[in-house]
Design a protein around this ligand. Structure first.
Ligand code: SAM
Length: 277
C-alpha cells in the first residue's frame, strides 16, 4: 500500500507553481465561449486543512503560501491566485488551501466539465464530501493513468489534462511518459500538463523526464520550473516543474512574469526556468 498524503505538502512551493500554471491554462480555455473538459488524474481530496497535524508537522504551507497569501500583486495571474486564497480564507488566518479540484471548479462555467480521478478511498471520500453537490463534476475512484486513457477524448473535446502523480515509485516517471504518448495519440488537440519534482542529485529524475519528452517531439512542448534552493546530493525536493504539451499561446510569457515575482516572498534563492523544448 502506497502512503503518499498530500495533506503534508499542500500549499508548498510546488503547489504554488502547479496551481498558478493551472489558472493560466484555464484562463486560455476561457478565452473562447465553447465549453471545455478538464481531467485531473491524481485529484487528492480537493481542499486541505492547513491547521491539521499533517500540515503543521512539515511547515511546508507556512514556507509556501503562508508567505504570500495576504499580499497583493500587480501581476494578473498572481493576483488571481491570491484572490482565490483569500476567498477560501475570509478571516485573518490561513486555514483552507484549494487543491487542484477546487482551483478548477472555481473557474468552470455551466457547460464545462471536470473529471476527478483518485485512487485512495480516504481521499475519494473527502472529495465526494467536498464536491458531491456540483453536477458539472464526476468523481472516479480508480487508477489515474488507466482512467485518463479510458475517459479521453472527452466531451466536450476542447480541454486539459492535469497529471500530478506522487512519484512514490520510480516507475511513475516511465508511466507518465508512456501514458502521455498514448493520450496524445487518442486526443491530439488536448493540452496535457504534467507536474514533476526536482529532488537531490541521487534521486532526481526530472531531467530524464524532460529529455524523454523532448525526444518524443510533442507539439508546443514547454517546461516551467521553480526552485527555492540549490540542489544538494540527497536532500528532499528543492523545486518542481511542469511539462506542457500543446501549450497555449503566450502562456510561457504569462507564467514567467508571475513566477519572477515569487522571490519577493520565497527568498532570493528562488529561481525560475521557462523553456521551449
Ligand atoms: N492534484 C492535487 C492537487 O494539486 O491538489 C494533489 C495530488 S497529490 C500530489 C497525488 C494524489 O494522487 C494523492 O492524493 C494520492 O492519493 C493519489 N494517487 C496515488 N496514486 C494514484 C493513482 N495510481 N491513481 C490516482 N491517484 C493516485
Amino acid at each position: 500500500m502506497l502512503s503518499y498524503r498530500h495533506g503534508f505538502h499542500a500549499g508548498n512551493h510546488a503547489d504554488i507553481l502547479k496551481h498558478l500554471t493551472l489558472l493560466a491554462l484555464l484562463d486560455r480555455l476561457l478565452d473562447k465561449q465553447k465549453p471545455f473538459s478538464v481531467i485531473d488524474t491524481h485529484a487528492g481530496r480537493g481542499i486541505y486543512d492547513l491547521g491539521s497535524d499533517e500540515a503543521r508537522k512539515t511547515g511546508e504551507a507556512e514556507a509556501g503560501v503562508g508567505r504570500l497569501w495576504q499580499s497583493q500583486s500587480t501581476d494578473p495571474l498572481l493576483s488571481q491566485y491570491l484572490q482565490l486564497l483569500s476567498d477560501f480564507n475570509p478571516g485573518s488566518q490561513l486555514r483552507r488551501y484549494p487543491g487542484s479540484p477546487a482551483v478548477i471548479q472555481s473557474l468552470l462555467r455551466a457547460d464545462d466539465r471536470l473529471s476527478l480521478i483518485e485512487l485512495h478511498a480516504r481521499e475519494v471520500a473527502l472529495l465526494r464530501q467536498n464536491f458531491h453537490t456540483d453536477s458539472r463534476l464526476a468523481i472516479h475512484e480508480r487508477d489515474g493513468f488507466e482512467g485518463v486513457l479510458a475517459l479521453c477524448p472527452p466531451t466536450p473535446r476542447r480541454g486539459l489534462v492535469l497529471m500530478d502523480p506522487p512519484y512514490e515509485v520510480k516507475t511513475d516517471y516511465r508511466q507518465v511518459l508512456s501514458v502521455c504518448e498514448k493520450l496524445h495519440r487518442k486526443w491530439s488537440t488536448g493540452i496535457i500538463a504534467v507536474w514533476y519534482p526536482l529532488l537531490g542529485r541521487a534521486r532526481d529524475q526530472g531531467g530524464w523526464l524532460c529529455e524523454r519528452f523532448a525526444q518524443k517531439k510533442f507539439p508546443a512542448l514547454n517546461r516551467l520550473e521553480l526552485t527555492v534552493g540549490p540542489q544538494a546530493e540527497d536532500l528532499g525536493m528543492h523545486g518542481s516543474g511542469m511539462l506542457i504539451i500543446n501549450t497555449p499561446w503566450q502562456l510561457p510569457e504569462r507564467m514567467e512574469a508571475a513566477l519572477q515575482q515569487l522571490p519577493t516572498w520565497l527568498g532570493d534563492a528562488t529561481k525560475v526556468r521557462v523553456e521551449q523544448l
